[in-house]
Design a protein around this ligand. Structure first.
Ligand SMILES: [Zn+2]
Length: 330
């Protein structure tokens, strides 16, 4: 507990310092002429769109490209997306090659704004470090070279960094800095919103710790569709395994599925989880074959709609933790 607090406090202090510096360097004068008009911001997917709204409040007009329950891995941008990017002053992206279609979209638009990479400053997990490390050569990558025909693949790092709340504090910082630079007259408001959001993130981080703490050591393996929860697992002490790789573009091989089925049986794993963004048939089949039940729906990389259980990032993380803890508890 004290270690966690110390981490968050020092991380927050470091961010506050660099925030103050970047504010000091922001140009004064002409930009203030824009006072009153919300900043046009494009966010690539729903989690980023939510964060920009929390920090920008009424001073931003946010367009989100991949909406609720949408799969960013396999998204195809539309002409309307290109127009939104052309008109944006700020484009907020996750980075770590999560948005494999981003460069093509920017090429197709007339974007002259600032691109903000939300993951700048986080400690990324190299994909080899992720799940399946006891099965060298798998990890849904080397073994899936045959799927290169689908187009781009992921990069060297796991892009799902938002799955640790600590990383979300970095996202919030990067967004606040960019908004303050774009509209220095509103920098105070962005800083207040960011501080309030960081308080909520810190409380959520502690809450997830408490929720997951209920699970004994033998109940901490979580089976999902695709490999999206390594940051969550590392931060909160769970092991996530999935038949699909880091991107939903890769397909699970029969060998991968057979190995997963053996592991579920051997460890006596009683529940597996479907995802809001991926087809549930494979997991349903694995559940039937192993006798595990479907423990619920997890949200790896997209919020739910307003009436679902995960309409905001905070709701999403809490929902995932509670769903896992409820289904795997003794
Ligand atoms: Zn994913």
């Amino acid at each position: 507990m004290p270690a966690r607090r110390a981490f968050l406090i020092s991380a927050t202090a470091a961010l506050a310092l660099s925030y103050a510096l970047s504010f000091a360097l922001a140009p004064a004068g002409p930009a203030a002429a824009q006072t009153g008009r919300p900043i046009p911001v494009v966010a690539t997917f729903s989690i980023l769109g939510d964060m920009v709204k929390r920090i920008g409040g009424e001073h931003v007009a946010v367009t989100t490209l991949v909406g609720p329950d949408g799969d960013t891995h396999v998204y195809r941008p539309t002409p309307a997306d290109a127009r939104a990017v052309s008109e944006a002053k700020i484009l907020v992206v996750n980075g770590l090659q999560f948005e494999g279609w981003l460069d093509r979209l920017i090429d197709a638009s007339d974007f002259r704004g600032v691109r903000v990479v939300a993951t700048d400053g986080i400690e990324p997990i190299a994909f080899e470090e992720g799940g399946h490390d006891d099965h060298a050569g798998h990890a849904g990558h080397a073994g899936h070279a045959g799927h290169e025909g689908h187009g781009h693949d992921h990069g060297a790092f796991d892009p799902h960094a938002w799955q640790s709340v600590r990383n979300a504090t970095v996202y919030a910082h990067n967004i606040a800095v960019a908004l303050a630079k774009a509209d220095p007259a509103k920098a105070g408001a962005f800083d207040r919103n960011r501080a309030a959001y960081l308080d909520r993130l810190e409380a959520l981080d502690a809450e997830i710790d408490r929720i997951v703490a209920k699970l004994p050591a033998g109940r901490r393996t979580v089976v999902t569709s695709h490999d999206a929860f390594q940051y969550f697992g590392r931060r909160y002490g769970l092991t996530f395994i999935a038949p699909q790789g880091l991107s939903t573009e890769s397909e699970a091989s029969a060998k991968d599925v057979a190995r997963l089925v053996r592991q579920i049986r051997a460890e006596g794993i009683r529940a597996v989880f479907v995802e809001n963004i991926t087809d549930s048939r494979l997991l349903t089949r694995i559940a039937e074959e192993t006798g595990a039940r479907i423990g619920g729906t997890l949200y790896p990389g997209a919020l739910s709609g307003p009436d679902g259980p995960a309409p905001t990032y905070l709701d999403m993380m809490r929902h995932n933790a509670k769903t896992i803890a409820k289904a795997l508890a003794p």
